[in-house]
Design a protein around this ligand. Sequence first.
Ligand code: 2YC
Length: 275
Amino acid sequence: MTRLTDNDIVDIAYSVISYDRDLIKKTGFSLGQIGAAAAGYDLSKNCLADCKVAIIPVTSGKGLIKGFSESVVAIVDHLGGQSFITGSTDVRGLTEAYSRDAHVVMLADDHCFAAINLVSRKIVDNAAATAQGYAVALDRMAGSLHNKDVLLIGAGQVGAAAAIALTELGAHLVIFDINKKKESNLARSMESRSSFPVRAGFSLNEALGRCSILFDASPGRHFVTGEQVDEKTLIAAPGIPLGLDPDAARKVSERLIHDPLQIGVATMLFQALVK
Ligand code: 2YC
């Protein structure tokens, strides 16, 4: 899991409205609609207004990330939740969340970013939620992924969850990872879940030549060049840093979904609220 830097998240709090406007332009759906769809949460039946969310700063490992808790608050409040950052960190922060009647707590150390519903005891992990939220966003941007070839780059935690979510949306998967053992293990594990053969074993260039719809769940930087994308390319890229190099990012910019926290946090919140 790539640890975010304060620079990655510096503008989230003040740009969440323009971010959402851009997401609607690209997919036709808002951050709330995408997160709720990925969670199976019915926005028309529920409202977040009475949902108190405590964000607990965690100092373990490499410590706090400047702006992390504030970014999560901005996203939750943009979605209609009532959130607060606990005054204390770590264990005391958890006791504070309980004493201030939080419904959901959200907290992250260097290995896990979780949302926990204190009433239903539902636990949600950021990696799986991010994969599911991005898969829905790509589906909406493509009109539908049903029976369409999708190149999944990265067979790690997010990639494995994305493979399931994309397959459930009807995508025909081509899987690529620089680690060929991880790539073939994920492809094999997906065979039983997909009614269509899961393909793997290509070089990156061959795989990019076969698919115009990409899901970049890898931590690789700038490995996709401008020559490898075109006006048909659609890409959902939860991986940090961005896999597209600047030339490719410029060419695909109107059809690129990439953010450090927003879609993952939105999906976590709604998933924590459904039974
Ligand atoms: O400020 C704090 O409370 C820190 N303990 C937060 C550490 C977050 C570490 N994880 C990450 O940077 C990201 C996750 C948000 C998802 C993947 N990596």
